[in-house]
Design a protein around this ligand. Structure first.
Ligand SMILES: Nc1ncnc2c1ncn2[C@@H]1O[C@H](COP(=O)(O)OP(=O)(O)O)[C@@H](O)[C@H]1O
Ligand SMILES: [Mg+2]
Length: 424
């Protein structure tokens, strides 16, 4: 079958690679793709939010399955448009995507379906005095979240009530535009964080190996928040009992809830949890794969991902299309441009990519790269994701770092401590 993947990052490169390796895939297209993806798929460029262009492309190229990487197209209803036109999509409806695109929607949904999460309250700008009173009466630290999509920048954790009030006011005044006109204030949960992906067909699901990502720019979880500087999987902090709770108390409940709301959840449900006293609490849902967790998690998978996604998209998940590599660990280190997530220079040639293109159990996933004068140069903050799979996390880390050191561009920057929290 022919498949269209939407997106351009390391996550999409990892998705395209596994789809490319699947028995049930023929032509793979990626919109807009990147130079790494181009080696295994055909990059195409058109506005995916334009329904006419999207549908005519899918019909012309006989696309049987669309896999959506990022959240924006899902929040804008791409899955609904495709399904209305008879094209299968691995991704949830606009309605179900609110689990990610509106934190207040997600919180109310969790309340209704008894899903464990931090206690909370929602406020709008007209509720300013109520909001301030709530902050006054809250324990520190206080967690303040913009309701809408804010590119991973809409959450503040404050240890000072006056500062918390200021943040709330800035949000109401439109710090993140419409996305922060509504806010969620919630209880701080102290624990270990993990990410779990559930592949869902609306009714049934399978969990992929649990992972952990590193959001801060600098070693020791210092520095600014980024899109993610590395990941590893599986994480030893999620044991069998926690996974059982994630299945029965979280994912099953989401599927049941969405079904009852006539919006069966089809796609990847990303469950971000905080483990407190050995119990999982939902920090957030995403309605698609996470980046850079995907690069680690998918590297641990064998089998036919194309068939898995296709059977999910038609509501009859075949769970044994894939298997998880036994006793293997994956680690992904992001090579970034120095200065990211603020200002950084681009256009530097990336050297050392060719020597490494066929190594076993090691993968170079492209993200912020482009081709300029026949050379691959850095074009974004997060440039490459270097992934290694090995028999222990320690070895996976060492292999990923060895490979990372052999790739060079002028302002290369990366964290040195990815996976350490689980190795020590
Ligand atoms: N209730 C909470 N208690 C403790 N930490 C939290 C809480 N909510 C969020 N965080 C921290 O803030 C980060 C970002 O919050 P999240 O809800 O995942 O928002 P987003 O990913 O949309 O920015 C989380 O990964 C977590 O580290
Ligand atoms: Mg998050």
């Amino acid at each position: 079958m022919n498949i269209l993947v939407i997106g351009s990052g390391g996550r999409e490169h990892a998705l395209c690679l596994k789809l490319y390796e699947s028995d049930n895939s023929n032509n793979i297209y990626c919109n807009p793709g990147n130079p790494g993806i181009q080696q295994i798929a055909q990059n195409v460029q058109f506005d995916v939010n334009n329904e006419d262009l999207l549908i005519s492309f899918c019909k012309d190229e006989k696309i049987k399955l669309v896999v959506v990487g990022p959240e924006q197209p899902l929040a804008m209803g791409i899955a609904d448009k495709l399904r209305q036109n008879g094209i299968n999509c691995f991704g949830p409806s606009e309605y179900a995507s609110q689990l990610e695109s509106s934190k207040s929607f997600a919180k109310e949904f969790m309340d209704e379906f008894n899903i464990p999460t931090a206690s909370y309250k929602t406020f709008e700008s007209k509720d300013l005095s109520d909001c301030f009173r709530y902050i006054e009466n809250s324990d520190l630290p206080i967690v303040i979240k913009a309701d809408g999509l804010a590119g991973g920048k809409g959450v503040y954790i404050s240890n000072d009530k006056n500062e918390a009030k200021q943040i709330a006011e800035d949000f109401f005044e439109g710090k993140f535009g419409e996305a922060s006109k509504k806010i969620v204030i919630e209880q701080f949960l102290d624990g270990v964080e993990a990410s779990i992906f559930a592949i869902c067909d609306g009714e049934n699901f399978i969990l992929l190996p649990p992972s952990q990502d590193y959001k801060r720019a600098k070693d020791g979880d210092l520095g600014l928040n980024t899109g993610g500087m590395g990941s590893f999987s599986p994480t030893p902090f999620v044991d069998y009992k926690i996974l059982e709770d994630v299945k029965t108390k979280i994912v099953s409940q989401v599927l049941k809830g969405m079904k009852s709301r006539k919006n069966r959840f089809i796609g990847c449900l990303f469950v971000g949890i905080m483990i407190v006293n050995n119990k999982p609490f939902v920090i957030e849902f995403n309605v698609r794969f996470g980046d850079p967790e995907t690069q680690s998690v998918l590297s641990l998978i064998e089998g036919d991902l194309a068939k898995l996604f296709y059977t999910a998209s038609i509501g009859s998940l075949e769970k044994n299309c894939i298997s998880i590599k036994k006793d293997k660990y994956a680690c992904t280190v992001i090579l970034a441009s120095e200065g990211y997530p603020e200002n950084f220079n681009k256009g530097f040639e990336i050297k050392g990519l060719q020597n490494n293109s066929s190594l076993k159990d090691r993968f170079i996933f492209h993200a912020g790269t482009k081709i300029e004068n026949n050379k691959i140069v850095n074009s974004g903050g997060r440039v490459l994701g270097i992934t290694a799979v090995a028999n222990s996390l320690k070895e996976a880390k060492e292999n990923a770092y060895n490979l990372a050191e052999g790739i060079d561009f002028e302002n290369k920057y990366y964290r040195r401590d990815i996976a350490d929290s689980a190795i020590k």
